[in-house]
Design a protein around this ligand. Sequence first.
Ligand code: T3D
Length: 263
Amino acid sequence: MSQSDTVLSALADGVLRLTLNRPDKLNAFNDEMHLALRAGFERAHADEHVRAVLLTGAGRGFSAGQDLGDRDPRKGGTPDLGHTIETFYNPLLRLIRSLEKPVVCAVNGVAAGAGANIAFACDITLAARSARFIQAFAKIGLVPDSGGTWSLPRLVGEARAKALALTAEPLDAETAASWGLIWRVVDDAALIDEASALAARLAAGPTRGLGLTKRAIQAAATNAFDEQLDLERDLQREAGRSADYAEGVTAFLEKRKPEFSGR
Ligand code: T3D
């Protein structure tokens, strides 16, 4: 399988769809897939035609996290997992969080280990009703990564975060939604259409304003209230200078639908 085959990439109507594509391994991450996914998110950063990203998986799973076939202890040696986190997972998570364009995730099946935490790092995550989320790390003696120890307690509180991480019990999609880990559960057959429609709607939106909104909400995790008010002032100043703000207000006054350019 060539590098590009491990992640299918397609741009249409401003939406860059990235599909993890190692279905026989439940889209577990090998180095090749890491590089291909990173290239996809780097494109999303650099290409002004990309105004939203839709991340999903091929086959019956979203992602089973790290490909454990590449970590077989029976082959000898002790891997430096800090190195692989630094080289592959952390740059990916930083690319997702720092992208000032909406990232929609459609979890089409099981999301385990890093696969689950990548889904939680996206901006709006939908899941198929049959999907489940597993902090599989505890089963193999590892620590949740891909931002899991940061996002889980923030999203569900310390008690649930610890129970999920320490027991590795699967969490069904309905419960994940009711706990606030994801946005919405969708019938399996409707997932990709609903996620695509959402991504298309976001891609037709005021990209600059949406990107600044993402920045502000993420900054709230570490800002004090006064710092956040100052940030809102600064970002509103920037948004107010955008062509999309002018178009939004003009369209309102002219009683028509706005046509946002993303600038
Ligand atoms: O290493 C580092 O760089 C550090 C970073 C670590 C990040 C991590 O993500 S660590 C966590 C790694 N992931 C796991 O521990 C999950 C392992 N997988 C499972 O526990 C189960 O497969 C699932 C619960 C996800 C799904 O179970 P089920 O019963 O639906 O499917 P299955 O039969 O177990 O899997 C189907 C196939 O996918 C199977 O292959 P086969 O037998 O049909 O040829 C299975 O081996 C393969 N597969 C599933 N997960 C992985 C995998 N192959 C390689 N790596 C996997 N993670």
